[in-house]
Design a binder for this molecule. Structure first.
Ligand SMILES: C[S@@+](CC[C@H](N)C(=O)[O-])C[C@H]1O[C@@H](n2cnc3c(N)ncnc32)[C@H](O)[C@@H]1O
Length: 385
């Protein structure tokens, strides 16, 4: 991250807990497009204050942050001072206190909130990622504060552990429905593109989509507007999960390696529909989910895509990569390739040697391709399209 980003004063454990500035800003941009009502923004457990400042600066609305830890509250105040303009900052404040003890939180009487944000702390030493581990407990906190939202038009964004199980998500969805029966919910999975879901959040009320029950966001590493957003009218667990039918492939078919975080979020079919594409999945698990296209996948934003590789299968061979790359050199030369990238699981000690041997032995000018391991353990050699 650049030294000039406004979260540079946030260090240590708080840095690990806090939402990265560009991610916070990307979310605030999307909230801004929703034209929510004028009011204050409230963060019930504001930590570094970075997400709160991102909303407040982008929506041009004052904010209030509550933080249990006095040192973090000071950092939060510095964050607001560094990001907000003077007018908004003068109306905003950070309160050191426990959001579960509302009576102890001093607010002026006429303050109403257009947006409540809550990103509860999750103890790092506990791995179950259950609702009861979150601090503050999100259901208790929202139940206490929900009436402070602008009547019937408020929005809530609740950050959750991306490792909540399907059962835990369903339990939380039902609990949220119980305490906020009139609030629509949009469940959002987002990834910064390292192959895993980095964030899970629920957007409720005025920030939930009219007919959007779930959403996958692949954040662009630098340019916020280029983040990819896939939406669905269904929740992932409402789709029937059928076993993969035909995992065999043939030479001549078009194969793509797809973002594994899209699969983890369960929105892969919504993505295919949005691309008007057809085909079959031959693998949905692991780091390299594979899709065989029968109708061409048109990707907009050519340089940023949920597909990491796409190519036509030229050859399928039975070969253990641990035994070397000689057969791949032969095939690479036959198809006049100057580069053949190994996209399969290889031990880290072996990988660089095998790749450089391949690179050295192919021709100097020609096409480019990649090699993947198929579900039947055979290798597919593909030329890029
Ligand atoms: C995950 S952090 C929030 C990070 C924040 N979104 C950011 O971008 O920096 C959760 C915070 O909740 C605070 N917290 C825990 N229980 C609380 C409570 N009952 N009331 C207020 N804050 C609380 C913790 O001290 C911690 O700083």
């Amino acid at each position: 991250m650049s030294k000039n980003l406004p979260d540079k004063h946030i260090i240590g454990t708080l840095k690990q807990l806090s939402t990265p500035w560009l991610i916070a800003l990307e979310r605030a941009h999307r909230v801004k497009k929703m034209n929510i009502d004028e009011g204050f923004i409230l963060d019930l457990a504001c930590g570094s204050g970075i997400q709160l400042a991102a909303y407040s600066s982008q929506l041009n609305m004052p904010c209030i942050g509550i933080e249990l830890d006095p040192e973090r509250a000071v950092v939060s105040k510095n964050t607001l001072d560094g990001i907000l303009n003077q007018d908004i900052n003068s109306k905003s404040k950070i309160i050191t206190g426990n959001c579960l003890k509302k009576d102890e939180i001093n607010l002026e009487n006429n303050i109403h909130f257009s947006l409540i944000h809550l990103d509860p702390a999750r103890p790092t030493d506990i791995q179950a990622h259950t609702i009861s581990e979150m601090e503050p407990n999100p259901i208790d906190a929202l139940e206490i504060w929900k009436n402070e939202l602008i009547k019937n038009r408020g929005g809530i964004i609740l950050d959750l552990s991306p490792r909540l199980s399907k059962e835990q998500c369903i339990e939380l969805k039902d609990e949220l429905k119980r305490i906020l029966p009139d609030y629509k919910q949009t469940w959002e999975w987002s990834s910064q593109g390292r192959g895993r879901v980095d964030r899970l959040s629920v957007w409720l009320g005025s920030v939930a989509g009219e007919n959007t029950k779930s959403r996958y966001v692949r954040n662009h590493p630098k340019e916020l507007q280029k983040s990819i957003v896939i939406e669905s009218e269904q929740l992932p667990w409402e789709n029937e999960t059928l076993p993969l039918e035909n995992t065999n492939v043939e030479v001549g078919e078009t194969l793509s390696i797809v973002d594994p975080a899209l699969i983890s979020s369960g929105l892969e079919n919504a993505w295919l529909n949005s691309k008007n594409s057809e085909g079959r999945w031959i693998r949905k698990s692991g780091r390299r989910p594979l899709f065989i296209q029968s109708k061409k996948l048109i990707e907009d934003g050519e340089n940023y895509s949920l597909i990491s590789e796409s190519g036509i299968i030229r050859s399928i061979i039975e070969h253990n990569i641990d035994h070397g790359v000689e057969p791949l050199i032969e095939i690479g030369k036959k198809f006049e390739l100057k580069k053949l990238t190994l996209r399969l699981k290889i031990s880290p000690e072996l990988q660089p040697n095998l790749q450089s041997k391949l690179d050295r032995n192919l021709i100097d000018f020609g096409g480019v391709g990649f090699v993947v391991e198929l579900p039947n353990n055979k290798l597919a050699i593909c030329t890029k399209i």
